[in-house]
Design a protein around this ligand. Sequence first.
Ligand SMILES: *Cc1c(COP(=O)(O)O)cnc(C)c1O
Length: 549
Amino acid sequence: MHNDIPTYSGGLGVLAGDTIRSGADLKLPMVAVTLMSRKGYFTQQLDSGGKQTELPVLWDPAAYMKLLPHRVTVQIEERDVQVQAWLYSVKSLTGGSVPVFFLDTDLPANAPEHREITAHLYGGGPEYRLKQEIVLGLGGVRMLHALEFEIRKFHMNEGHASFLTLELLNRFKKPVEDVWDEKLVWDKRAVKNLCVFTTHTPVEAGHDKFPYDLVMKVMGEIVPLPLLEELAGRDGLNMTLLALNLSRYINGVAKKHGEVSMSMFPGYEINAITNGVHSYTWTCDSFKKIFDKYLPGWANEPELFVRVGRIPDDEIWEAHMEAKRHLFAYIRQQTGIELLPDILTLGFARRATAYKRADLLFRDLERLEAIGTGKLQLVYAGKAHPKDMAGKRLIQNIFDYKEKLKDKIRIVYLTGYNMDIALKIVSGVDVWLNTPLRPLEASGTSGMKATHNGVMNFSVLDGWWIEGHIEGFTGWSIGPAPQELTPGADADARDAEDLYHKLEHETIRIYYTERHTWIRMMQNAIGKNAYYFNSHRMMRRYVTEAYLR
Ligand SMILES: *Cc1c(COP(=O)(O)O)cnc(C)c1O
């Protein structure tokens, strides 16, 4: 919801915030439910070699939200656990508002271990996660009921909330009417009609699975075990499967991701609604100023970006240079390193995890040196999950390259990647680099933020970029066309080769010798990419294609 409310880790959480902000702007009748994460995700510390350590985040919910008097109960390990809710209101300048309920078990009435259930985001093992999902799914529906909301559609973002379907199943439990179909006792159709499910990643770790003995011990037989096995899988409770089986409308978050999800879960009709970002949130001050001047109303009607051609070239360039100076001032302050505003600067900031291949650019150091010496600067940022050893290694590798290239290519790695730093980087670099291993980037959203600030994408054809990319027009691709479904063993080598080739012959050349073409491309990033990849368009799609069905 906010940079200083540390209840997010990366793209999924930021997207949830953008979804709600657009919902408020568009005055949609919606409410949101999440967990408190009183101890946040973590504060990142990096030593001089790039070794990450994690510190707990201390924050005070009362500074941002209001505790409500309502209490609901869920059963965990056959004991009552009380759940309370904090209200955070997202208010739009349009007059719309969306309440967000942060569920919290930190109550004196609860056993000490139960008070901790809503403490950590992505902390602990499967048992801890299971307890959190009970609070979110079952506790969430009960809380909405206690608050007297009548919900016409439940939208589960990722499988984390799928236990809400079990609460609904119990609510719609009916005596047998049709003797031919005894399963009508559990009115699955009624539940399905109420539910929408969005899957957000093809990465296996994003799909929670629990053994049934654990489920029985922690949650108990909330619906009969055979029914649960039928809905959530026989060899373990799969949260994604549960949501798939009890949702009328299902979607992935980009067209390609919809197809990839269909092959992961054969037999389900999986649609696609491509993600977007909240335009006002992800536009830096200097661009806000020129958009206000030439495209008044753009923030609540991003379609107005189609008229970006009205903005004079020199004003676009000046707005960009202002953002660049702003970023460089921040870099100087955080790292002491001085970057030069006239040098082409590439940005790469995202979760440090193997499939995103943050080190692809360094595959051939000599080549990079030959292409980039004196012509290139690099800005990196990103946290690795505390248990992701490969991700942590990646950060250290980049620190090593930084040292090796010291006198030739200036490289900075910013500590503590968060929403504030994200906006500074996506608006303050010249090009946004993205090198995931296909097809693992379901959508990606940071590149969409870049386009709102006239920053072009230079990216592997995966996720949203397959839809946003026009070669040499909105940016550049890296590697083969997306039709090749699975990358071969030589994917790294091929992608790196293409990356170096285009960096030298397109990106660097145009930046230094064809400023006019460059500014045209900046305009295209805004007029063709930001125009479409915003969360207002996304929410209108959800309303007409999913919610009103
Ligand atoms: C936008 C954002 C992300 C998501 O970026 P991806 O392109 O999906 O990797 C992650 N973290 C923060 C802080 C963000 O603002």
